[in-house]
Design a protein around this ligand. Structure first.
Ligand code: 6PG
Length: 247
């Protein structure tokens, strides 16, 4: 069955407003999770929009509203590079956010991009199971979207739902000639909240195709997002939304 979930679309005027919206959503989800369950499990994304949101989260007043002792940080995907590489999603998140807030070091779980990709994917899956059980439920998974409609490291050209018994997958991305590690749709769609943030005119054709074009997750992997019982939100700027019908 084709599960076509478009989710809630929030269109902001500027990229700065998108970043502020993402940071506010993080704070609200963290407050709710800590209040209801005593812990907040979040998966961070790489990319430019999340980076701006992380910088805002590290600043007062937002940093004061998060009970960082109870925040457990994971990653949606990682490039297969060393953790201090400028390419590393972990490195970016560390510089913009994690080194600036009192999140306990043992609560930060990075994907080991420097290891053999298959081995790193298996090790990360074990960590997820250990922390959250066989069916991990994140409170928030932050994602971006590429101009080719990839999300996390689910790239066009193969079915994103392959190996669905796996929680984490190693992939080789032909056009980047690079290995990546990524959460699978099984984990993404189990989250309480999946938040996709994207901005800028170059993303407009993909956003239109994803929301208004035919369902084809091999070509547009982000279409696979359809949280089973959680919420899917899209935070985009006016430019990314340029090709969407106004009503
Ligand atoms: C990564 C990401 C990736 C990203 C998109 C969009 O590791 O690169 O996790 O999926 O979110 O490529 O990136 P931008 O927001 O920078 O365009």
């Amino acid at each position: 069955m084709i599960d076509r979930t478009l989710g809630d679309l929030h269109v902001f005027e500027t990229p700065e407003e998108v970043a502020a919206g993402v940071a506010d959503a993080f704070v609200a989800d963290a407050e709710r999770a800590v209040q209801d369950r005593g812990a907040f499990f979040v998966a961070l994304a790489g990319g430019s929009t999340p980076k701006a949101a992380y910088a805002l989260l590290a600043q007062t007043p937002r940093d004061q509203r998060v009970d960082w002792r109870h925040v457990h940080v994971y990653f949606g995907d990682e490039r297969c590079v060393a953790p201090d590489s400028a390419e590393s999603n972990y490195n970016m998140a560390r510089e913009a956010l994690l080194s600036r807030v009192p999140v306990p070091e043992e609560n930060v779980h990075r994907m080991r991009g420097e290891d053999d990709p298959e081995q790193a994917a298996r090790a990360y899956a074990s960590q997820l199971v250990q922390a959250m059980g066989d069916t991990p439920v994140f409170d928030l998974i932050m994602l971006g979207m590429g101009t080719d409609a990839h999300t996390a490291s689910l790239f066009p050209g193969s079915d994103p739902q392959t190996d669905e018994d796996r929680l984490v997958r190693a992939v080789y991305v032909e056009k980047l000639s690079a290995h990546r590690i990524t959460l699978t749709p099984r984990v993404l769609n189990n989250a309480r909240h999946v938040l996709v943030a994207t901005e800028g005119l170059p993303k407009a054709p993909a956003l239109y195709a994803v929301r208004c074009g035919p369902y084809d997750p091999v070509e547009r992997p982000i279409q696979v997002l359809a949280p089973r019982s959680g919420t899917l939100s899209w935070y985009v700027d006016r430019k990314a939304a340029a090709e969407l019908p106004s009503k």
